[in-house]
Design a binder for this molecule. Structure first.
Ligand SMILES: NC(=O)c1ccc[n+]([C@@H]2O[C@H](COP(=O)([O-])OP(=O)(O)OC[C@H]3O[C@@H](n4cnc5c(N)ncnc54)[C@H](OP(=O)(O)O)[C@@H]3O)[C@@H](O)[C@H]2O)c1
Length: 337
């Protein structure tokens, strides 16, 4: 079967299309999935570039969507023909943050082989059903970006109608979060480096938009837009370069979900301001299988469909990553085969 692997020590010119052995038929508790799509995340880019070191020949990509071809003995949850989507933490089935997995050792496309491949044979619990009527490319956006946005706002944030949400930039997580916020009756402020992307965010329902290049002091603008109160939730994808302003922009008693490292891995935190805000700052990584099932149910009920900016064939995964590196996208970049 065809698969895209990265040769150590990584780099986009070290991605290789290989012919790997077919994984065969499923054993007890397993399913065989004919994969058809994956979606790109910053984490996958880091593995591909070697920023997160992976074993030589690692099959890339955490997100995978496709069709169940066969089920092994004892599998009752799926049948041949079901459309499924992979989970980010196969070993985290359910429970709260207390039960979460704090490393990537079992994460496809990092600690174990991922889904940039034609077939996978895995434990049935490594997948959930995809939303009814979704394309494989749409379903593939759920695994990482979609579920992270859902967990940040709904699971940990207890988002409710009337809340206000601040979203940084217009990448995969932020646009999924915008769609979730609007579908649940919340207000949304979106920042971006591009006026054109801000216009697209408005069309998706953003109530206010801020160009963070033209307005480097964007937190002051968020406070102005909320009559000095600040927002109830921040989906913090920037990290050290943006966290200070996110703390400034959150209301007293608000929540900041710290999920991104786009501007780096460590830096200064205005701790006194965080304290004065009585704000909750929670780090989190994706979510559990149960949370993914709940998110899939929410997607079916709300009718949200993910925003796919561009689709590439499997052979062009490296070019897809180059587009992501240039932040040339709005929402998700996918790869289909
Ligand atoms: N913890 C988790 O579970 C989890 C899960 C998924 C992703 N993440 C992290 O979240 C971050 C975003 O992931 P993604 O997949 O959404 O990435 P992405 O699709 O590549 O999004 C990149 C976008 O972020 C925006 N951006 C970059 N620098 C920014 C800044 N200084 N201020 C505001 N926006 C900025 C840009 O938006 P504009 O072009 O509009 O300016 C850029 O297009 C990454 O650090 C990723 O590792 C974490």
């Amino acid at each position: 079967m065809k698969a895209i692997v990265v040769r150590a020590p990584g780099g986009l010119d070290r991605l290789e299309l290989r012919d790997l052995p077919d994984p065969g038929q499923p054993g007890p508790g397993q399913i065989r999935v004919a994969l058809h799509a994956t979606s790109l995340n910053f984490h996958d880019l880091q593995v591909a570039r070697g920023g997160i070191p992976a074993d030589d020949g690692r099959v890339l990509m955490a997100d995978g969507a496709g069709i169940v071809e066969a089920v092994g003995q004892g599998v009752t949850e799926f049948k041949a023909g079901d459309r499924v989507v992979s989970g980010f933490f196969p070993q985290w089935l359910a429970g709260s943050a207390y039960d979460a997995v704090g490393n990537f050792r079992g994460t496809p496309g990092d600690g174990i082989d991922g889904y940039a491949a034609e077939y996978a044979v895995r434990a049935a619990t490594d997948f959930t059903l995809a939303p009814r009527g979704w394309s494989h490319a749409e379903a593939a956006t759920i695994t990482t970006a979609g579920l992270t946005a859902w967990r940040a706002l709904v699971v940990e944030g207890s988002l409710k109608a009337g809340d206000s949400v601040l979203l940084l930039g217009t990448g995969g997580v932020s646009i999924a979060a915008l769609q979730i916020a609007k579908s649940m009756g919340a207000g949304a402020i979106v920042t971006s480096s591009s006026d054109e992307k801000l216009e697209r965010a408005r069309k998706l329902g953003a109530d206010h938009v801020i160009n963070y290049r033209r307005m480097p002091d964007w937190a002051a603008e968020v406070l102005a837009l909320t009559a000095g109160r600040g927002v109830d939730h921040v989906v913090e994808v920037g990290g050290p370069g943006t966290l200070g302003q996110s703390i400034q922009a959150v209301r007293v008693g608000g929540r900041i979900a710290l999920i991104g490292v786009l501007t780096g891995r460590k830096g200064e935190v205005p701790t006194a301001m965080l304290m004065a805000r009585h704000a909750r700052l929670q780090g989190l990584i994706v979510g559990s299988r149960r949370q993914q099932q709940e998110y899939v149910a929410a997607l079916e009920q709300t009718g949200i469909r993910p925003v796919i900016d561009r689709s590439f064939p499997l052979e062009e995964l490296a070019d897809a990553f180059r587009l992501q590196e240039q932040a040339g996208h709005f929402g998700k970049i996918v790869v289909e085969w």
